[in-house]
Design a protein around this ligand. Sequence first.
Ligand SMILES: Nc1ncnc2c1ncn2[C@@H]1O[C@H](COP(=O)(O)OP(=O)(O)OP(=O)(O)O)[C@@H](O)[C@H]1O
Length: 304
Amino acid sequence: MPPPARRTQGRGMTEPVLATENLTKDYGSFRALRALTLSVQPGEVVGLLGPNGSGKSTALRLMLGFIRPTAGRATLAGFDCWSQSVEARKRVAYLPGELRLYETMTGRRLVSFLARLRGDTAGPEVEALAKKLDIDIDRPLTQMSSGMKRKVALLAVLVPRVPLIILDEPTNTLDPTMRDELLDQLKSAKARGQAVLFSSHVLQEVEAVCDRVAVLRRGELVHVQHMSELREGRAVRARLTGPAPARGPGGTELGPDELTGDGRLQLTFRGPLPVLLEWLANQPLTDLVVEPQGLTPIYKKYHG
Ligand SMILES: Nc1ncnc2c1ncn2[C@@H]1O[C@H](COP(=O)(O)OP(=O)(O)OP(=O)(O)O)[C@@H](O)[C@H]1O
């Protein structure tokens, strides 16, 4: 088993599990990824967001050493993902977007085969996890539905205690119960100190589980968001029947973006809830939604 992430001498700071520096990939004359600089710390869950073709899979494939960077580099636990790919790959478990499994094996054999490739053995946790994911791992993969195969692949990724788990759109094709189970498993991995990097199109699941989110647009990193900052905020949407309020909650100015002419109000509030509630109680409301501030406005800013 690879050693846990080393501590940087003297400073008490932990070295990143994964670090990319100006990571760039061209396919012919097309630049699919442009100078990506991003790091992931042990125990951190990072989401990679972006529409189809924004470069998410390219970034992940570079980190796994499957393709060679045109410029820049990625390191995993200090090992270069391309030139030291054997060492780097021992420290990562990967769920690809499109599965290519060894169809003649049973789920159990596949999991132990993948563990052996890593110089590891699959322990008793396989049984417990198979039960949670509701799969019969003694069935040959050929006899499984595509959702079941996906779950076997997830099992293979969640069993090894590697420093980093990379998943390319992991909840794709999972039913809602299994999606929640997977998100719980990612939280458990984080609690064990494993880092997780996953790509997704589903903002809610990224909000639910990530510490940080990186937004890609046409191969470029355009925004990095710490989710803790968002969790402090509340999005307020309301409809008013009477005159518009002169000021917002806590006496703040209300701008034209917050108060539209047709009596609709939308604002983000950061502060004690009683202040918001007292202010709302004094408004001529006909409709009201208060919810945690999510990623949607941020995502829409770049991909509206
Ligand atoms: N092998 C390849 N040869 C040429 N172009 C490629 C290759 N792989 C990817 N691309 C292009 O690079 C860009 C980024 O693709 P990538 O698969 O990284 O996007 P993505 O964000 O993962 O998309 P999706 O959400 O659809 O999976 C796209 O324009 C794609 O067409």
